[in-house]
Design a protein around this ligand. Sequence first.
Ligand SMILES: NC(=O)c1ccc[n+]([C@@H]2O[C@H](COP(=O)([O-])OP(=O)(O)OC[C@H]3O[C@@H](n4cnc5c(N)ncnc54)[C@H](O)[C@@H]3O)[C@@H](O)[C@H]2O)c1
Length: 336
Amino acid sequence: MASNSAAGWRTIPDTFRLGHRTSWTASHARAGKAIRAVVTGAAGFIGSHLCDRLLADGHDVVGIFSFRHLDLVEEDLRWILEGADVVFHLAGRSGLGVSQTREFAGQYMRDNVLATQRLLEALVAKPVKRLVFAGSFSVYGEAERLPTRETAVPRPLSSYGVTKLAAENLVHLYGRNFGLSVTTLRYFTVYGPRQRPDMAISRFMRALVRGNEIEINGDGEQSRDFTFVDDVVAATVCAATADAGGDVLNIGGGSRVTINALLTALEEISGRRSRRRHLPVSLAEQRHSGASINLARQRLDWEPRVGLRTGLVRQWQWFQQPADHRPGVTQEAVTV
Ligand SMILES: NC(=O)c1ccc[n+]([C@@H]2O[C@H](COP(=O)([O-])OP(=O)(O)OC[C@H]3O[C@@H](n4cnc5c(N)ncnc54)[C@H](O)[C@@H]3O)[C@@H](O)[C@H]2O)c1
């Protein structure tokens, strides 16, 4: 996929056409039914995989990403939606973030809430058959129960979680008030090739390769439900056509392990020993996360297929390639 670091904004538009010959799902493609998908956050970790998959299935994809003046908060988005059948809204500001006013307003509010609201306004003018929104497990905060169901009361602990919850509520408010067909998927800790460099597995792999100390928040006994990116993409594609209008669905991989256990697995896979340093617990970080995915199973007819060890091996193999040979975009190329 193209990097967005080339050429000036005058010469490339804030959308880039990734391919032609479109269809809705692979089966629709075989049936020759063309569709057009708009993907926001297309140059990001999950968005780039989603684009790869949609293109492989024969879809027509328009990708939107942040590039100089060209972003969801600034642009008139209606023309981008012209003729679109579905919008996958993955653009957003990730990372947990402490609640400092400037950071909260400047980054999280802007890229998670305002950008989403602007996209929704454009969708009122140019409705599509389905908006799929990338929500997050971070909305739950400390889990009342594990695995956590979608009906749990959300109490996010971070600026990120608060703004993802606000965006999710906006999506469903517009769905209800303006008759938009919307589905929120709450992704649980996604990993795999091209994972964002700030995420734990990326950081751990980098430290293992360089022989650096690995920094762990707290005692390392916090746990996460790790979800391989291909499984997330599969669920996201299913959500576009499934009978899931108005739904909020957990998308988790079913591999809930502690950070300590994760590191031990990475040591085995890499054949390298880590030096671990424990930092104070981060207040923005929840202790445990685990998804109940029964609703997603029902609504999407979807099941995670990649176990943690297999997924980690794939990410490790990708990570070992020289940076400029790794397929896809690097984070350095997509961050502005
Ligand atoms: N990675 C995970 O584990 C995870 C878990 C839960 C939810 N999510 C959600 O999934 C989505 C994708 O996550 P990711 O890990 O691929 O993140 P990412 O940072 O790699 O991708 C997000 C992309 O959105 C773009 N973007 C941000 N603000 C924008 C704006 N105003 N206009 C246009 N583009 C903008 C960024 O440039 C980036 O390319 C995000 O919405 C994130 O909140 C991710």
